[in-house]
Write a protein that binds this ligand. Structure first.
Ligand code: NAP
Length: 271
């Protein structure tokens, strides 16, 4: 499983992680088994949020993390309405309790909200000082919002910007990726399969993915993940609640696509 440095001076993190949004709707035993299979295969970047199932997903995740915590790069998020200084500290402590851990590897503001970012930042700094979070970042920030956040926090402090990135939504390839790279901020692409609305095998784009997948003995899903990882400093966090899906996604971890193949996908899903 390929890994990359997570932001400026961060740890090496696998390029493919595991999302958990809406996992409270899955059969709990299957979800836990899928997450654990993912950890076995090196998908140790695990993404969650206090919002997911209103805390239920973090509790479910605690079961998957039993005995595995030290191997995992664990990320959670504070809801924007809780992003005041006191609100952020309280939300983080609640997440830690539900997750059954004493620290997060990265803690994100879920999207820009009503509280001045400086307030959230002050709480992030305090939580980091106390060892409750190892690093912090943002999510759904535009290039300009990220620029402002980095100006406030100082260089190298914002570890990542988690943003939507899938074959039919490539907006971040404009300013966001370039700004993140220039500022040493990891780009974590979410909803890589559009939440399950993946290009159908009979569509023009789906056929391109299928033929490339066949050449490499992987699924079109793995091909899509690898395409979304072609820029330095990028990561992806597909969600899967079956061990088979996790295994298929993990196959993208060491998949190499040729320049020609990348070009074909680029043309089939042009921005
Ligand atoms: P996604 O990863 O784009 O798609 C998940 C769907 O794809 C599920 O229905 C899953 O099915 C299916 N799937 C996964 N692997 C598959 C495979 N190999 N073959 C066929 N189907 C497969 O969806 P997402 O949950 O929206 O995004 C991923 C993660 O990003 C989230 O879980 C969350 O952690 C994060 N996220 C963050 C934000 C944010 O605002 N920061 C927003 C959205 C998402 P099964 O479950 O049945 O396996």
């Amino acid at each position: 499983m390929e890994s990359r440095r997570f932001g400026k001076g961060g740890p090496e993190v696998p390029v493919i992680g595991q999302g958990t949004w809406k996992m409270e709707r899955d059969a709990p035993a299957d979800a836990v088994a899928a997450l654990r299979r993912g950890l076995e295969l090196g998908l140790t970047h695990v993404d969650t949020a206090e919002m997911y199932g209103m805390g239920e997903v973090e509790e479910l995740l605690a079961k998957a993390l039993e005995g595995q915590r030290d191997r995992v790069f664990l990320v959670s998020k504070v809801l924007p309405q809780n992003g005041s200084y006191a609100g952020t500290v309280k939300s983080c402590e609640s997440s830690l309790r539900r997750l059954g851990t004493d620290r997060l590897d990265c803690y994100l503001l879920h999207w820009p909200g009503p509280h001045p970012f400086g307030e959230t930042l002050r709480a992030f700094e305090q939580l980091q000082k106390e060892g409750k979070i190892r690093s912090y970042g943002v999510s759904n920030f535009s290039a300009e919002e990220l620029e402002d956040a980095v100006s406030l926090a100082g260089p190298g402090k914002i570890a990542c910007n988690q943003v939507p990135y899938q074959l039919r939504d490539r907006d971040i390839e404009g300013a966001v990726v370039a700004r993140c790279q220039a500022l040493g901020v990891a780009v974590v692409g979410y909803s890589p399969f559009a939440g399950g609305d993946f290009p159908s095998p009979t569509s023009a784009g789906g056929k391109v993915l299928r033929s490339i997948a066949k050449e490499h003995g992987v699924t079109p899903y793995a091909v899509a993940l690898r395409f979304l990882l072609r820029e330095p400093g990028t990561f992806t966090i597909p969600k899967a609640s079956s061990a088979r899906h996790v295994e298929e996604n993990a196959a993208a971890g060491d998949l190499k696509l040729s320049a020609e193949e990348l070009k074909k996908i680029d043309a089939a899903f042009s921005r």
